[in-house]
Design a protein around this ligand. Structure first.
Ligand SMILES: Nc1ncnc2c1ncn2[C@@H]1O[C@H](COP(=O)(O)OP(=O)(O)OP(=O)(O)O)[C@@H](O)[C@H]1O
Length: 242
């Protein structure tokens, strides 16, 4: 079975996505303000924070799925709205839900999910499904798969994606320990190839080079005002506990 060729990412622009002075308020509660950070090629940034602190909100804003914010977002130095086509064609976003159609098989799902973005052969799809532990399940309707296997179908896209930036919101939910380990290896390899990852997960990731954490907010319900989160502040740190 042929492996997917390694993605060659243009790292001439090392800064991919940058947030400047982001402010977001929900129901009169400030989730974050004056939030400044950037994601560079080769970096993995884990957004951390308690339930309700705004992690999903931030990832949706950074993905262009939500406009409920003030501040500015730049893609490779240009305002993201001015470079929207280039931004979206270099972004893979995996949200809370797997986004897998129950009536389709894993192979059919991947054909549909990948086909609108890039050409992938059936060999490559089988390779990706094998990598996520779904060998033997390729042609089983997804309604006969477990929750973790559903999630694995969605995650198989990571083994096929040539996108420079991955934004992953709780994408490891329902994945067992061995699966998380394998995904850690994939993320690390991706970063070494020059890709970038912005993610949330409640797993304690064991990653090394290029790994940073961005801490958001306080417990849900608290009237939290967290100012000045920035790469130069204490809220984003490389590869260590905060
Ligand atoms: N569409 C919306 N309209 C109004 N308020 C919202 C909306 N979406 C989220 N919120 C509020 O924003 C807050 C942050 O939600 P968000 O989903 O970003 O948190 P989170 O950090 O991802 O939480 P969790 O860890 O539970 O997934 C929540 O307290 C919620 O009340």
């Amino acid at each position: 079975m042929s492996a997917v060729p390694p993605t060659v990412i243009d790292t001439s622009t090392s800064e991919l996505l940058r947030a400047e002075s982001l402010f977001c308020e929900r129901d009169e509660r400030v989730l974050f303000e004056d939030l400044n950070f950037s994601i560079n090629a080769g970096e993995i940034i884990q957004v951390e924070g308690p339930n309700g602190s705004g992690k999903t909100t931030l990832l949706r804003i950074m993905s262009g799925l939500s406009g409920a914010y003030e501040g500015a977002i730049f893609w490779k130095g240009e305002p993201v709205n001015a470079s929207r086509i280039d931004f979206l064609s270099n972004l893979l976003y995996l949200g809370h839900k797997p986004g897998v159609k129950a009536i389709l098989t894993p192979v059919e799902n991947l054909r549909a999910l990948m086909g609108v973005r890039q050409h992938v052969s059936d060999d490559q799809i089988h390779y990706a499904l094998e990598k996520v532990g779904l060998y033997g399940y390729e042609d089983v309707p997804c309604h006969n798969l477990s929750a973790g296997q559903h999630r694995r179908v969605a995650l198989a896209r990571l083994y096929l994606s040539t996108d420079a930036l991955w934004i992953l919101d709780e994408a490891f939910t329902a994945i067992d320990k061995k699966g998380v380990k394998e995904l850690e290896t994939l993320l690390q390899t991706r970063a070494q190839q020059g890709g970038a990852v912005l993610l949330t997960t409640h797993h304690e990731l064991q990653l090394e080079s290029g790994f940073k954490k961005l801490q958001l907010g306080k417990p849900a319900g608290a009237c939290t005002l967290m100012a000045g989160t920035s790469v130069t502040g204490t809220s984003i740190v490389g590869g260590a506990e905060i």
